[in-house]
Ligand binder design. Sequence first.
Ligand code: TRP
Ligand code: SF4
Length: 334
Amino acid sequence: MDKNRILTGDRPTGRLHIGHYFGSLKNRVKLQDEYDTYILIADVQALTDNFSNPEKVRKNVREVLIDYLSVGIDPKKTTIYLQSMVPETAELTVFYSNLVTIARLERNPTVKTEIAQKREVFGESVTYGFLGYPVSQAADITIMDGTIVPAGEDQEPLIEQCREIVRKFNSIYGDVLREPQILLSKEKRIKGLDGNEKMGKSLGNAIYISDSPEEITKKVMSAVTDPNRITKETKGDPDVCMVSYYHNLFSTPEECKTVCEECRAGKRGCVACKKQLANNIIEYLKPMREKRAYYEAHPEILDKILIEGTKKAKEEAKKNMKRIKKAMKLDYFE
Ligand code: TRP
Ligand code: SF4
């Protein structure tokens, strides 16, 4: 096993969709065989913009955990834990808060974008907690001594900020922390069923890993196709059609070739094309739905996974906190 450690996570604010699957979960399943892997369910971070909705966060901890397990994240290989149950993270956040300026946080592009998008939560003035979440994320990573953070492009400014904190810390207190690196997912972002660059709950254009066959069919039927096609005989352009785009993710190469050829030749009806796609997505996600049903029927297994993962993460956090406090001369009565 490599000396590197993977640390990544998600805010439990909703169920995960196929954008998450192709963009990161699939890769995590592969990486867990090569690396010591930790995944945190970031409930404290989720509260930074959902502070008045604790029920939502609580409910989604379970949903996200089931999503992880149903796609094949294996708790024997990956330590899955709850952020709030490792209070060393919060402690380290306080220590790091001296090493970051407010101006630097305000310049963080990801934070900036999010604040602009969350006017309905924050109004004119953002909370201290939200502005500071990059500091807490730096603590998430370094308290576990994480060195590789598989994540999407949107997380790049956060990892960069973490690296700056690490360098600052080491320059003052000695060489204690390792600088993590982002591992950008090679997959490009999956577009929504409506052609939007982003897939999301608020946009209503996402297929969830947990969607039922009926939900999948309904969503695929409403997907955006080539707007110039009037009848089946109209020659189509699969390059501007979301159904064809999704065939490329869920159908065999032969099927994709036929879809394109028949569409261009005006020999394929959009309804039939969509039905075929819906069936392929239903089949693709079937093993995940079955696993989900199993875990939903066995909540005690879910609890056990989180309890054990959190126990292991806490031990790791304690160990690293000891080194950190020693370096900061906070090791009283040791
Ligand atoms: N910011 C991540 C998100 O928006 C969640 C997260 C919290 C995270 N702590 C992390 C990701 C540490 C990677 C590493 O979903
Ligand atoms: Fe899209 Fe298929 Fe219709 Fe062509 S036939 S426009 S690929 S749905």
